[in-house]
Design a protein around this ligand. Structure first.
Ligand code: COA
Ligand code: AMP
Length: 639
């Protein structure tokens, strides 16, 4: 095996000459037309990678490996305790299914560049649908199954898909979630109407089909297989919607070429995985982690990926992740800190973990939210392997900070830190004016342009929002929306969002969107939604509302109505469960609601009363409201 390269030299080379660095990485993939050059700027000034090259991601994930002797190797292990099913798909089988499903999509009129929405739980058929879209140059957009019809409708109208692929249903702990009625409801709300809905019928729930429009998934699998179509490297592979600061989600665009180059690099450099190794990412294909490290990363690298349909607990117990590791001989596991906290809550002594042979496991990677040191330490002691907290976003699609196990000379991971900049990322901590801050000082986390391959080149149909949201705050940089600092040893710490985005159980949600929903209630004059600390989920949202003059509706009734509105419009995953009615909201003299101060108040963090506050007494009133309802870490104890 080739010796690993040093982190310092690799990172320095990636920043000194990004084009040369990434061109060398690109040469390790099979191109239909080699890219020749690496880096370009388009008419907007946005960076694009490998514009002159052509290739196909589905080919690289499947055909390439079959042609190179991996046809019999497991590509995907589907493990579903909720349906008591386990199935293994070799690279050969996955290729066959994908090529046929791609043929079926073509028969439905899906052409190059057409969009296909996939609304399914973690199922092999969903992975096949993703790879089939890629195969014919169609653009998939997977929507997380926990989103309510309204959210699906917004995505249908933005992506304008020709086809929706859905399952008849999914399984949540103890209840069946029928997906097809949710799709029907979303289509009733949407203006754009897809031509077809492809339905995977599952044993435990049968979807009603609409003749002419709806097609059985299994029928499409009987179509004639089609070959992968070479597409320009800059061709869109997928759109993945993520929460921004308003009710309109942002369609993060991912391309074929840069994405394949970056993910393949990350599999080796960040995760230390070689072809034939096994990775288990305990996430959902509806999130970026699922796209990159359940589907594309492992398959591009010729690894085996474990696709898990279940939860870290109660499916059937808090040992389920450890059973997966032991049974499938997982080398690298990846999940969100929330999942570890959920396991710790139910099996604090780690007795279940001890029932399994976990000797295959080399590292546990964590991301999706800040990992508190207690969870980090508990996991490390339980597993006896390095726990690697690493930082990334839907926008980047792969890690920006990490302790890379495939590179030499990395300092060991440190609790609370997400590590060091990954090659390709020039991560800087800036002050409000855009000047770098000294070590130890908290600032705003930005990445100097150009971003490496794999990161979003723009937002779907919205170059303006891309520029305004990410590039304009600090010219020459991509602004992440996170706050953090670097210590004197160079370790970076991501402390949380500085905008109206929160992370609830590793799910990224917009408090701005929740405020829009609350504000639309006829009794509400104004409102604020905050993400407050939660021991299990990291953060949960709470609402503060001021009622219009003359309203007689009681606090309990208004709370119930608002909670139910958020659940109906966004989904249960928002975990929006508490609303406080207050007389006023604290504001600056210019009228800006002091959300950060409110959050600090609830969390019991020390804070200085902002000098710009128009009436400091409001904070006392709100403290009393928090105490009365025992809401917030500071008041739960007191209450
Ligand atoms: N379909 C339908 N409903 C869903 C859903 C889905 N795919 N996902 C979540 N929900 C619902 C849940 O059923 C729950 O409903 P309820 O309010 O009626 O109980 C609600 O949304 C909240 O879900 P969640 O916060 O996930 O709570 P939970 O109790 O079901 O599970 C955890 C808690 C910690 C086990 C779970 O959140 C988890 O595994 N988190 C890790 C997430 C992760 O991996 N993120 C990816 C980033 S790496
Ligand atoms: P998402 O786009 O859903 O992956 O969410 C991205 C956001 O999650 C980031 O902007 C951070 O706020 C947060 N996040 C992800 N990974 C980490 C981490 N390792 N440490 C702290 N925050 C993280």
């Amino acid at each position: 095996m080739k010796p690993a390269c040093s982190y310092a030299a690799t990172h320095a080379a990636s920043l000194a000459d990004p084009a040369a660095f990434w061109l060398a990485q690109a040469q390790q993939l099979q191109w239909d037309t080699p890219p020749g050059e690496a880096l370009f700027q388009d008419a907007n000034g946005f960076y694009r990678w490998f514009k002159k090259g052509t290739l196909n991601t589905s080919f690289l994930c499947l055909d390439f490996h079959v042609q190179h002797g991996r046809g019999q190797q497991p590509a995907l292990i589907y493990d579903s305790p909720v349906t008591n099913t386990q199935r293994t798909y070799t690279y050969g089988e996955l290729l066959e299914m994908t090529a046929r499903f791609a043929g079926g999509l073509r028969e439905l009129g899906v052409a190059l560049g057409d969009r296909v929405i996939i609304y399914m739980p973690n199922l092999p058929e969903a992975v096949v649908a993703m790879l089939a879209c890629a195969r014919i140059g169609a653009v998939h957009s997977v929507v997380f199954g926990g989103f309510a019809p309204h959210e699906l409708a917004v995505r249908i109208d933005d992506a304008q898909p020709r086809v929706i692929v859905c399952a008849s249903g999914g399984m949540e702990f103890d209840r069946i979630v029928a997906y097809k009625p949710l799709v029907e409801e979303a289509m009733a709300q949407a203006t754009h109407q897809p031509a077809h809905v492809v339905v995977l019928q599952r044993d435990f729930v049968t979807a009603k089909m609409q003749p002419g429009r709806d097609v059985d998934y299994q029928e499409l699998l009987q179509a004639e297989p089609v070959a992968a179509v070479p597409v320009p490297a800059t061709h869109t592979l997928y759109i993945l919607y993520t929460s921004g600061t308003t009710g309109r989600p942002k369609g993060v665009v991912r391309d074929h070429g840069g994405h394949a180059v970056a993910l393949r690099f990350s599999m080796k450099a960040v995760y230390g995985l070689a072809p034939g190794d096994t990775m288990f990412a305990g996430s959902d294909i509806g999130w970026a982690v699922g796209h990159s490290y359940i589907v594309y990363g492992p398959l591009l690298q010729g690894c085996t990926s474990v696709l898990f349909e279940g939860k870290p607990v109660r499916t059937p117990d808090a040992g389920t992740f450890w059973r997966l590791v032991a049974q499938h001989k997982v080398q690298v596991m990846f999940t969100a800190p929330t999942a570890i906290r959920a396991i710790k809550k139910e099996d604090s002594e780690g007795l279940l973990a001890r029932q399994y042979d976990l000797s295959s496991l080399r590292q546990l990677f964590l991301a999706g939210e800040r990992c508190d040191p207690a969870t980090y330490t508990w996991a490390g002691q339980l597993l006896g392997v390095p726990v690697v907290d690493h930082w990334w976003q839907t926008e980047s699609g792969w890690p920006m900070l990490a302790t890379m196990v495939g590179l030499e000379g990395m300092p060991p991971p440190r609790a609370g830190s997400a590590g060091f900049p990954v090659p390709g990322y020039n991560v800087q901590i800036l002050d409000e004016e855009g000047a770098p801050v000294p070590a130890g000082v908290t600032g705003l986390v930005a990445v100097k342009l150009p971003l490496p391959p794999g990161c979003l080149p723009t937002l779907w149909n919205d170059d303006v929002r891309f520029r305004e949201g990410y590039l304009k705050p600090f010219p020459g940089y991509y602004f992440s929306g996170d706050g953090g600092y670097r210590d004197t040893d160079g370790y970076c710490y991501i402390m949380g969002r500085v905008d109206d985005v929160i992370n609830v159980a590793g799910h990224r949600l917009s408090t701005g969107e929740m405020e829009e929903i609350l504000a639309a209630h006829p009794a509400v004059a104004e409102c604020a939604v905050l993400g407050i600390a939660d021991a299990l989920r990291g953060q949960v949202p709470i609402g503060l509302v001021v009622l219009k003059d003359g309203q007689t509706i009681g606090e309990e009734a208004v709370e119930q109505e608002l909670v139910s509105r958020v659940r109906t419009l966004i989904g249960a995953l928002a975990c929006f469960r508490s609303v406080l009615v207050v007389k006023r909201l604290p504001k600056t003299r210019s009228g800006k609601i002091l959300r950060k101060t409110l959050r600090q108040l609830a969390d019991g963090e020390g804070f200085a009363i902002p000098s710009t506050i128009d009436d400091p007494l409001i904070l006392d009133e709100i403290s009393a409201a928090f105490r009365r309802r025992a809401i917030g870490a500071a008041f739960e104890k007191a209450g």
